[in-house]
Design a protein around this ligand. Structure first.
Ligand code: SF4
Length: 376
């Protein structure tokens, strides 16, 4: 089973913290949708097996019109084998979700919404320069629930000056609204973002890692108490509502990424498209794929396996390490986990290696300490 990811590189305005690829000019949207169709048809033979889930990410996919979506779906269904009941998610911003847009969406093949709420509080939304306000954050969910059952929202924690009370109030609001899936991320300060500049100029206070850790602990505790499983570091779902796209990604399934800046992983090849809309369109108009590729070595694949699996509730399977990568990798891993076990950050349950509650927030750092640097 495989996944299809489609990147829609347009946004109404730039959020201060964002370093994703997008343009705020919609001038070339039609050409871009056409180029996406071309890329989809050119790469139709790359995925082995049927497509199990389709994910429209961005950027802001809720800027797509009905005809944009129809034309993309027609191309997918003409060229790919798709399972009978695929999960089809569209990322949407609250300010796009009015009744007519939701009505239109519910008539397409989209059956899951991921709404970029980020916070229910005006001060947080202003600090991040989100296009929506606190009222729209809530009303968009209430409206969306009239059309969709499978809804996820994004929430950001660790925002400067976000008190513990405000973070708890955000979580309470999400729970009160009956959302079955939440993706939650710490605000990170990326280079070349407005947020970085504001912090450097002391216009905004710096991001506080201890506060982010405190918010994360509250998040995990609150969600677990309310019947959500923390199936991946940033993802919380009620049983039956885990995102298939996230699960496939974090468990190493193959995915094809279409659109500017989209990444793909098939067999042992990783590839990534150019992150420039005009160059992407031009290349596809000329019948070329604007992508770079790299073959992953056994060590790359081992490192990737450790990095992704340690973030999930399924953990690292030592038997898989042994059979897929070899005895020397398994021995290397066993040697390197001991210190973390003694510190209570990693635990072994049979053959499955997992982070403990204390290790969870540190899982990326721990994974990098378990990486192999030079064995081939
Ligand atoms: S809407 Fe999403 S992709 Fe667009 S600027 Fe904001 S965070 Fe970035």
């Amino acid at each position: 089973m495989s996944s299809l990811y489609i990147h829609i590189p347009f946004c109404k305005q730039a959020c201060h913290y964002c370093d994703f690829h997008f343009s705020t000019s919609l001038k070339h949207k039609d050409q871009l949708v056409e180029a996406i169709g071309k890329e989809l048809s050119m790469r139709k033979n790359e995925l082995p097996g049927a497509v199990e889930n389709i994910y429209f990410g961005g950027g802001t996919p809720s800027l797509l019109s009905e005809s944009d979506l129809t034309s993309i779906f027609e191309t997918i269904y003409a060229h790919y084998e798709v399972v009978e009941y695929p999960e089809i998610t569209l990322e949407a911003n609250p300010d796009d979700l009015d009744i007519s847009y939701l009505q239109m969406l519910s008539g397409t093949k989209v059956n899951r919404l991921s709404i970029g709420v980020q916070s229910f509080f005006e001060e947080d939304l202003k600090l991040m320069n989100r296009a929506h306000n606190a009222g729209e954050a809530e009303s968009s969910i209430l409206l969306a629930k009239q059309f969709f059952d499978n809804i996820s929202i994004d929430l950001i924690y660790g925002i400067p000056e976000m008190s513990v009370e405000r973070w708890q109030a955000n979580l309470s609001k999400a729970l009160e609204l009956g959302i079955p899936h939440i993706s939650s991320y710490a605000l990170t300060v990326e280079p070349n973002t407005a947020l970085k500049q504001f912090i450097d100029k002391e216009i905004i206070p710096p991001v506080d890692d201890d506060l982010a850790k405190l918010h994360f602990d509250i998040l995990v505790d609150t969600m677990q108490r309310h019947g959500f499983e923390n199936y991946e570091f940033s993802n919380f779902g009620k049983p039956g509502y885990f995102s298939q796209n996230n699960t496939a990604y974090w468990t190493g399934k193959f995915y094809l990424g279409i659109g500017p800046s989209a990444h793909s992983f098939v067999s042992s090849t990783r590839s990534w498209n150019i992150n420039n809309n005009s160059k992407y369109i031009k290349a596809l108009e000329a019948g070329e794929l604007p992508a770079e590729r790299e073959e992953l070595s056994r060590t790359d694949r081992y490192n990737e396996y450790i990095m992704t699996r340690l973030r999930t509730q399924w953990g690292v399977d030592l038997k898989v390490v042994e059979t897929e990568f070899g005895l020397n990798y398994a021995a290397y891993l066993m040697d390197h986990i001991q210190a973390f076990q003694q510190q209570g950050l990693l635990k072994l349950e049979g053959d499955i290696l997992k982070v403990t509650g204390d290790g969870k927030f540190l899982s990326d750092g721990i994974a990098s300490e378990l990486f192999m640097l030079n064995l081939k």
